[in-house]
Design a protein around this ligand. Structure first.
Ligand code: FAD
Length: 466
C-alpha cells in the first residue's frame, strides 16, 4: 500500500492551485485538489478577472454606442438602450463556461476534486469534506479575500455597501457610485458603471491613483479618467458609512487630518486591497508561521519552512495577480516532480483593463533612477497611425533603459490594447534586450505596437514619426 493517499494535495483551485494540480498530474503524479467553492477557478474565474472583463467588454461597447464614438465612425444607432439583465447574463455565462472548463480539465488529467474546506490536522494530513487525506506534498494555494475597511460594513446582498463581488452583481445602475480606493479593481469596476451611466467618485487615501505604478503613468491615467468623467477625492480617508433608505452616507476626512464631511452615494464600493486567506487552515498544527502581512513565506522553489508544504499565489508575497499565481503553480509542480521550476518575479506584467488600458513591467522611472543613471524614450499614441485612425489618441509608451548598458529596465504603456502590447516587451526583457534590440526589431504596420519600437528608438536617438 502506498504511504500516502496522494503525491500532491493542492488546497485551493484558483489560477495558482488548479494550474499546479494539472501540471503535477501531467508530470505523472497522483493529485487531489481541495476547493470549498461550488465551482473551480478561484477568485479569478468566479468573482475576479473573468466576470470583471465580461462587464468591461460589454460596457465599453455600450459606451461607444451611447457616447457617439460609433456614430463618428459612421455606425448610427437610432434607438439604443441598456439591457442590464442580458449584460449580467453574459457575465454569468462566461464564468460558467470557464469554471466548467477547469472541471473538464481536472477529469481529463485525473485530478481528484475534494469538495470542502481543507484544514491541516498534522504533517502531511488534511481534513476536508469530513474525510482525512494524506499527501507527500501539500501546496497551499488558498488565495486572498477582500480587505475590510474599519467603520464600513460590506453587505453585498443589500447592494448598497459592496465589495468587488457585489459590484459585479448590481442589478441597477447606481446614480452615484463612490469607489473607496483608487487601485486597479476600483478603477476597472468604476469604469464599468460610469460607462453605463453612473456618476463615479473615487475616494483615495494617497494623493494619486494607481499606487505602485510609474509616476508619469499615474498622472496621465488620472488626466484621462477625469476627462471621461471620473471625480476624485484624493488624500482623503473614509472613516464610516451608513446605509439607509435613501442611499449611503459616507464620512470622510483629509488623510493629513482636518474636518470631517459627508458624501452621499447610492452605492459604495470598498476596494482598498486584498488579504491572504489563511484563517481556519490549521497552520498552527504544522508550526507554519505567517509574516507581518499575514502571508506565507517561501523560498524561490515555493517551499515553506515545513518539509513537504509548499505555497503559491496570492497567499505568498508578490503582486496579487492571476498570471503570477499560474506561473508559480507550474513552477511548484515542476519542483515537486524534481525538475527546476522558476518564476522571474522581476518581470511580472501588471495591466489595468480600463479604456485605454494601462500596462507596465519592470522598474518604474522612480525605482530605476534610484539604482543608477538611466535613459528614457517616449512616444505618444497620438503619433501612432493605427491609434490615430481608430480615434484612440490617448496615452504613450515609455521605455526606460540603463544609461550605460542600454538594457531595458522597465516599460510602461497607456494605450487601448496596452495589455496585449506589453507581452512583447516582457519577452524581450526576459532575453535581456537593450532598447536598441527593440528599436531594430521589425514591427508590423499599422499596429499600436509600433509605438513601442518608436519609444525604444527615442531612448538613444529619434523616433521617425515625432
Ligand atoms: P484564488 O483565485 O483566490 O483561489 C483560491 C481558492 O482557494 C478559492 O477558490 C478559495 O475558495 C479556495 N480556498 C481558500 N481556502 C480554502 C480551504 N481552506 N480549503 C479549500 N479551499 C480553499 N488578476 C489578474 O491577473 N488579472 C485581472 O484582470 C484580475 N482582475 C481581478 C478582478 C477582481 C474583481 C478581483 C477581486 C481580482 C482580480 N485579479 C486579477 C486578481 C486574481 O483574481 C488573483 O490574483 C488570483 O485569483 C489569485 O489566484 P490564487 O490561485 O492565488 O487564489
Amino acid at each position: 500500500m502506498a504511504e500516502y493517499d496522494y503525491d500532491v494535495l493542492v488546497i485551493g483551485a484558483g489560477p495558482g492551485g488548479y494550474v499546479a494540480a494539472i501540471r503535477a498530474a501531467q508530470l505523472g503524479l497522483k493529485v487531489a485538489c481541495a476547493e470549498s467553492r461550488e465551482t473551480l477557478g478561484g477568485t479569478c474565474l468566479n468573482v475576479g478577472c473573468i466576470p470583471s472583463k465580461a462587464l468591461l467588454h460589454a460596457s465599453e461597447l455600450y459606451d461607444e454606442a451611447a457616447n457617439g464614438t460609433l456614430a463618428k465612425l459612421g455606425v448610427k444607432i437610432d434607438k439604443m438602450s441598456l439591457d442590464l439583465p442580458t449584460m449580467q447574463g453574459q457575465r454569468v455565462d462566461a464564468v460558467k463556461g470557464l469554471t466548467g472548463g477547469i472541471e473538464f480539465l481536472f477529469k481529463k488529467n485525473k485530478v481528484t476534486w475534494l469538495k470542502g474546506l481543507a484544514s491541516f490536522t498534522g504533517a502531511n494530513t488534511v481534513a476536508v469534506g469530513g474525510e482525512t487525506v494524506t499527501a507527500k506534498n501539500i501546496v497551499i494555494a488558498t488565495g486572498s479575500s477582500v480587505m475590510p475597511l474599519p467603520g464600513v460594513e460590506v453587505d453585498n446582498a443589500g447592494g448598497q455597501i459592496v465589495d468587488s463581488t457585489g459590484a459585479l452583481e448590481l442589478d441597477k445602475v447606481p446614480g452615484h457610485l463612490v469607489v473607496v480606493g483608487g487601485g486597479v479593481i476600483g478603477l476597472e469596476l468604476g469604469s464599468v458603471w460610469r460607462r453605463l451611466g453612473s456618476k463615479v467618485t473615487v475616494v483615495e487615501y494617497l494623493d494619486q491613483i494607481l499606487p505602485g505604478m510609474d509616476g508619469e503613468i499615474r498622472k496621465e491615467a488620472n488626466k484621462i479618467f477625469k476627462k471621461q468623467g471620473f471625480e476624485y477625492r484624493l488624500g482623503t480617508k473614509v472613516t464610516g458609512a451608513k446605509a439607509g433608505k435613501k442611499g449611503v452616507t459616507l464620512t470622510v476626512e483629509p488623510a493629513a487630518g482636518g474636518a470631517a464631511e459627508t458624501i452621499e452615494a447610492d452605492v459604495v464600493l470598498v476596494s482598498i486591497g486584498r488579504r491572504p486567506n489563511t484563517d481556519g487552515l490549521g497552520l498552527d498544527k504544522i508550526g507554519l508561521e505567517l509574516n507581518k502581512r499575514g502571508q506565507i513565506e517561501t523560498d524561490h522553489e515555493f517551499a515553506t519552512k515545513v518539509p513537504g508544504v509548499w505555497a503559491i499565489g496570492d497567499v505568498i508575497p508578490g503582486p496579487m495577480l492571476a498570471h503570477k499565481a499560474e506561473d508559480e503553480g507550474i513552477a511548484v509542480a515542476e519542483n515537486i516532480a524534481g525538475l527546476t521550476g522558476i518564476v522571474n518575479h522581476d518581470l511580472i506584467p501588471g495591466v489595468v483593463y480600463t479604456k485605454p488600458e494601462i500596462a507596465g513591467v519592470g522598474l518604474t522611472e522612480e525605482q530605476a533612477k534610484e539604482k543608477g543613471p538611466i535613459k528614457v524614450g517616449k512616444f505618444p499614441m497620438m503619433a501612432n497611425s493605427r491609434a490615430k485612425t481608430n480615434h484612440e489618441p490617448d496615452g504613450f509608451v515609455k521605455v526606460i533603459a540603463d544609461a550605460e548598458t542600454d538594457k531595458v529596465l522597465g516599460v510602461w504603456i497607456i494605450a487601448v490594447p496596452a495589455g496585449t502590447m506589453i507581452a512583447q516587451v516582457v519577452q524581450a526583457m526576459e532575453f535581456g534586450a537593450s532598447s536598441e534590440d527593440i528599436a531594430y526589431t521589425c514591427h508590423a504596420h499599422p499596429t499600436h505596437s509600433e509605438a513601442i519600437k518608436e519609444a525604444a528608438m527615442a531612448v538613444t536617438g529619434k523616433p521617425i514619426h515625432m
